[in-house]
Design a protein. Structure first.
Length: 306
């Protein structure tokens, strides 16, 4: 707004220059009389000059009001431009809810030990997250009912509870063995249900290094479908409609969408690999699970891990 005020003042000065150089009717433009003192009759010396000075004061007064009007007009135009030009969500009270985004609380990065490298920095050869994994799970949006069972004990979820994401026993057994063989360290999770009935589960799986996590990630994900079938789904494809503009540099991403006809719920899934952590995001809802809040959730979780 300060910059716009400066611009508005410049507009005002420009207006003054135009008016001063090209006075219009009613602005009191006066031609100065030649040898005004010599033309005044006896006893009226300086009357012509006084009249000229008075008229110049009138002109200056008019010009000052022109400046004021121009400045306020410029400020008003700048403000209107600013309101129309920014995203509605940047203005308090004007958040756009019709696009389906959820009202997440303010999110800040988890604290790390002084001097720690980020997981995506090249000097961090292990691609390790030095923040507490439990502090890296996305919080629930405002108004959602949290699933406390997913917080586990002391914030750590047992592996068997994560494996319940997969519907077939064969998949649960295979995935469980995969995690054991690759030295799974921790699972931190959070889940919630929003007012429209959408259920969300987020699971963060941490390994010793990014290399190990990448090996597991490759077994969890395939181009055409996930490596293991999520509970409640029968046919799931890679989601070509997911916007690549939402991807975060340095983080691998696979997103899947259930194919119609849906089962009892419509299920969306995302798998992210950021350094030594794999994130699994699952959203399900009777009818249709909306794409926008799913994309929003995946993006925010990715940013926390990045």
């Amino acid at each position: 707004m300060a910059q716009r005020s400066v611009d508005a003042a410049e507009v005002g000065r420009d207006a003054v220059e135009v008016v001063a150089s090209e006075p219009g009717p009613g602005l009191g433009h006066v031609e100065a009389p030649e040898s005004a003192g010599a033309q005044d009759p006896p006893g009226m010396v300086g009357v012509g000059a006084a009249v000229a000075r008075k008229e110049r004061r009138v002109l200056r007064g008019v010009l000052r009001w022109v400046v004021v009007v121009a400045v306020f007009a410029g400020v008003g135009a700048g403000t209107a431009y600013g309101v129309l030009g920014v995203e509605r969500t940047e203005l308090p009270g004007l958040a756009t809810e019709s696009d389906g985004r959820w009202p997440y609380p303010e999110i800040s990065r988890a604290p790390v030990p002084p001097g720690s490298l980020g997981p995506l920095e090249t000097r961090n050869w292990a691609e390790a997250h030095y923040a507490d994994l439990r502090a890296l799970v996305l919080p629930a949006p405002e108004g959602a009912k949290e699933d406390k069972a997913l917080r586990g004990e002391d914030g750590w979820l047992p592996t068997k509870d994560f494996l319940a994401v997969f519907g077939e026993k064969e998949d649960r057994d295979e995935a469980g063995q995969l995690l054991t063989d690759n030295g799974l360290r921790h699972i931190a999770a959070r889940g919630w249900t929003t007012e429209d009935g959408t259920r969300t589960g987020i699971y963060l799986l941490q390994f010793d290094t990014g290399t190990v996590a990448d090996q597991v990630y490759r077994d969890f994900t395939h181009y055409d479908e996930p490596g293991f079938t999520a509970r409640g789904t029968t046919d799931t494809d890679f989601d070509d409609a997911y916007p690549t503009a939402a991807d975060i540099e340095g983080i691998s991403r696979y997103v899947y969408d259930e194919v119609k006809p849906y089962g009892t719920e419509h299920v969306r899934q995302a798998y992210l690999r950021a350094g030594d952590v794999i994130a699994v995001v699952v959203q399900a809802r009777k009818g249709t699970a909306a794409a926008v809040p799913f994309q929003q959730t995946v993006t925010l979780q990715g940013q926390l891990l990045g």
